[in-house]
Design a binder for this molecule. Structure first.
Ligand code: CP
Length: 342
């Protein structure tokens, strides 16, 4: 594996093996420090709790020195230009054409968290910063969430499911949640792609206008067809819960009205929030969310605080997934060995 940027670059068996590796590292942490002497740079263009901390801790526990760089937003070091041939007389003081190879002279791998701008999906989908990292980097690049995907989250999600059940043939529901702003589609895209690659039946419950990116849906459809599993898209916010074994709640913005926040109408919010009443319709499902989550807007307290919720384990598994990815990129022989231990 050269980079870890999108699930579409992995085969199903590679994804499942990485999840097994994460779980093996969780059960039996390495006693050696295989990345000793290496430095890793994790670049963030927007704030993060789980991704930043799990990446830093994973690096430290494997013996590497993590460096987190804040590249964007208020408090960021400086803006980074990605366009070719521009006159840099705006806010960006450095071009990624220099910054990325320079980081590669110091560090064994680079991570990038780059949120979409939220103005045009056609532009955001091009993921210009991640694309520039891949173009200019001489060392492996890890996608720490981009406009279209969050593969580290999806890997941790799959490990969380595998800890509890064999995903093959299980019923996976991605259910949309209300929000105060239009959030990216990275997590839901990766969640349904992961579910289809792991051999699950996939249901997506969302309001009209909240379909996921057609290219992601085409891959999910093809994967489900190849596995002989089902794919259903519905606006039945209650009925969708029936018979589900995994419920994954997430807010995301509308493609049809890109960048526009969802309705704040109380009836609409009441319809789409995940509640204990809805969870009782499932086949004893686990409840998942990538976090952060807005309580009693996306999901009710009784779900997050109830027996269904696995969100804290899911967040913990970001650490083990991060280690599995770092080993796969930088010490693949160890990654395979840790996967075989169990
Ligand atoms: N789930 C996730 O990526 O969380 P952070 O935004 O806190 O990194």
């Amino acid at each position: 594996m050269r980079h870890f940027t999108h699930l579409k670059d992995l085969s199903s068996s590679e994804l499942l093996a990485l999840a097994d590796s994460a779980l093996a590292l969780k059960r039996s942490p390495l006693k050696s420090l295989p990345l000793s002497g290496k430095s890793l740079a994790f670049c963030f263009m927007n704030p993060s709790l789980r991704t930043q901390v799990s990446s830093e801790v994973a690096a430290s526990q494997l013996g590497a020195h993590p460096i987190t760089l804040n590249l964007g937003g208020s408090g960021g070091v400086w803006g980074m230009e990605h366009r070719e041939g521009v006159v840099m007389d705006g806010t960006a003081a450095e071009h990624l054409k220099e910054a990325v190879p320079v980081l590669g002279r110091y560090c064994a791998a680079l991570g990038l968290r780059s949120f979409p701008a939220g103005q045009s999906w056609a532009e955001d989908k091009l993921e210009p910063h991640l694309t520039a990292f891949l173009k200019y980097s001489t060392v492996p690049v890890i996608n720490l969430e981009s406009a279209s995907g969050h593969p580290c989250q999806a890997l941790a999600d799959l490990a969380t499911i595998k800890e509890r059940m064999n995903p093959k043939g299980k019923n996976f529901l991605l259910t949309w949640g209300p929000q105060v702003k239009a959030l990216p589609m990275a997590v839901p895209n990766s969640a349904v792609e992961m579910a289809s690659m792991a051999g699950m039946n996939v249901t997506i419950a969302r309001p009209e206008g909240y379909d996921l990116d057609p290219e992601v849906m085409a891959r999910v459809k093809a994967q489900c067809a190849a596995n002989g599993t089902t794919l259903k898209v519905t606006d039945d916010a209650n009925g969708a819960f029936e018979g589900q074994q995994i419920v994954y709640a997430k807010s995301w913005g509308s493609l049809a009205n890109y960048g526009t926040p969802p309705s704040s109408d109380n009836e609409f919010r009441k319809k789409w929030i995940t509640t204990g009443e809805k969870m009782k319709k499932t086949d004893d499902a686990i409840f998942m969310h990538c976090l952060p989550v807005r309580r009693n807007l996306v999901v009710a307290d009784d779900v997050l605080d109830g027996p269904w919720s696995v969100v804290i384990d899911e967040a913990e598994n970001r650490l083990h997934a991060a280690k599995a990815v770092l080993l796969a990129l930088l010490a693949p022989e160890l990654n395979a060995a840790s996967s075989r231990r169990h």
